[in-house]
Design a protein around this ligand. Structure first.
Ligand code: AMP
Ligand code: ZN
Length: 476
């Protein structure tokens, strides 16, 4: 099946054609490691993981790189001002390297909890200073960049396509940039490749002089080149990365090697919170731990992100998270019901129209620019058909295979064993609740009490509501 992806630069969906048959190289702008990433960042990283998983289900060999920005990202993505790492280091009164270590560790732990598959490399900007310097020198030699004292700037007028990705034009950018007076620049919209500031905490002595550090954009150009070469398939980031970050990356990379840089540019729409912008600088952020204190696990959040299309606006609320948690649990319950219904039967999908339709709708939706909401709807339709009670054991076994071999590889494990009290999984809980309901219907009160005690010993709170039975894990 052909995969179509929305390419920001082309402003339309395009059929994905790899540079090399059967292979995909992707680079994702990763976190700036000055504070623990928030759930908005994880929307972008979960999308990167989803993209990889869909490629793998389609049989591609994927090489996935995500950088860690540990220097040069200035406040508000600006050209002038303080480095986010410096600000945090001063605030905490610690060495910036200590912050990088601590935050990177938290980031990797979060990825694990979210069921995000490890990328093939997580290069840190400060480990690739030589590669950045090499690229900057190439740009100077070619006349795309110029030195002013110990600073180096990219000349945006030297790159004809500057503005093509974001739709900005240089004249308008210059009008805006004039407010940010920097007399060193030849043109107000030029951007820094290398800066010098003796007060900067992380700094290097180089051919350009002492006390220098890289501009944020050159980092991703140099690291992507190092791991994926001059020209690769896909580059992703959140929508805020389109300009200036990715626009500048294109200018640097294409000028440095006189050729194409990236074939498909994919951007995740921002996650909002309570209808407004969510960002570390605004302080209205949630971490995975914050969700945990409200009784939700990382997989509930993952499922919430999967329920919305990555290019759609998504507003985070705890009601929406609750809905996602229930939907995830009901798919876990579906898997365990399929297991019981299949027994030892050999899977056979013939004459199971419901399954064939689900399989087809699932893949067609994913191949249509990763339409995960439609893919999940296809799975729920299958569940609805199964619940009518007309699936043979062989059909149930085939549906189970679909859930385990297609649905979970794309959405990740739905079952959160890690948060399962004394080891009781969501599916176990669903099974016990079904047993309790049956025991009550049979007026077998001692059995019903026994099951209730088992659930409560595992920290499971069961509520009988007007909408049926609901359960959640008690907060410890
Ligand atoms: P940063 O740590 O600010 O460098 O951001 C890391 C990645 O998260 C970048 O690709 C950003 O575009 C993305 N990002 C930041 N905030 C959000 C948000 N609220 N929703 C989605 N993606 C975001
Ligand atoms: Zn980047």
């Amino acid at each position: 099946m052909k995969l179509h992806l929305y390419d920001t630069r082309a402003r339309q969906k395009r059929e994905f054609v790899p540079l090399e048959e059967g292979k995909v190289g992707m680079y994702h702008c990763g976190p700036t490691v000055y504070q623990r990433p928030h759930i908005g960042n994880y929307r972008a990283f979960l999308f990167a993981d989803l993209l990889r998983r869909v490629f793998e289900v389609l049989g591609y060999e994927v090489k996935q790189i995500m950088n860690l920005t540990d220097v040069g990202h200035l406040l508000a993505d600006a050209e002038e001002g303080e480095d986010k790492l410096d600000v945090q280091a001063k605030k905490d009164n610690v060495d910036p390297w200590e912050i990088v270590e601590r935050v990177s560790e938290q980031f990797f732990a979060d990825l694990k909890e979210l069921g995000i598959q490890p990328a093939h490399a997580y290069p840190r900007a400060t480990d690739y200073i030589d590669e950045m310097l090499e690229m900057i020198e190439i740009l100077i030699d070619k006349g795309n960049a110029y030195k002013v004292g110990s600073n180096v700037y990219f000349d945006v007028h030297s790159f004809e396509k500057y503005g093509e990705l974001s739709g900005n034009n240089i004249a308008e950018l210059e009008a805006g940039a004039r407010l940010e007076i920097n007399k060193e620049k030849r043109h107000p919209a030029d951007f820094a490749l290398w800066k010098t500031d003796e007060k900067h905490l992380m700094k290097w002595d180089t051919v350009f002089g002492a006390n220098g550090f890289p501009g944020w954009h050159i980092e991703c150009s140099a690291m992507s080149r190092k791991f994926l070469g001059d020209h690769f398939d896909i580059h992703t980031g959140g929508e805020d990365n389109v300009f200036p970050h990715h626009e500048c990356e294109i200018a640097q990379s294409e000028s440095a090697h006189n050729g194409e840089f990236v074939n498909y540019w994919l951007h995740t729409k921002f996650l909002q919170v309570d209808g407004g912008k969510m960002s570390k600088s605004l302080g209205n952020v949630y971490s995975l731990d914050d969700l945990g204190t409200h009784g939700y696990c990382a997989l509930d959040f993952r499922f919430l992100m999967m329920r919305g299309h990555y290019r759609s606006s998504l507003n985070f609320t705890f009601e929406a998270l609750q809905g996602a948690a229930e939907a995830r649990k009901s798919l876990c319950g579906f898997i365990s019901r399929l297991q019981s219904a299949a027994g030892d039967a050999v899977a056979d999908a013939s004459q199971c129209d419901a399954l064939r339709t689900a399989q087809q709708d699932f893949m067609t939706s994913l191949c249509d620019d990763l339409n995960t909401s439609a893919a999940i709807a296809a799975v729920f339709t299958l569940r609805g058909e199964f619940m009518k009670g007309e699936f043979s054991p062989a059909h149930s076994a085939a549906a189970l295979e679909f859930m385990l071999n297609s649905v979970q590889p794309v959405f990740g494990d739905l079952n959160d064993e890690a948060s399962a009290g004394d080891g009781m999984s969501d599916a176990d809980v669903d099974n016990l609740i079904a047993q309790r309901t049956q025991a009550r219907a049979d007026k077998d009160w001692s059995k019903a009490d026994e099951v209730r005690d088992q659930l409560s010993a595992a920290g499971i709170v069961v509520e009988d509501t007007a909408d049926g039975i609901k359960w959640h894990r008690a907060l410890s």
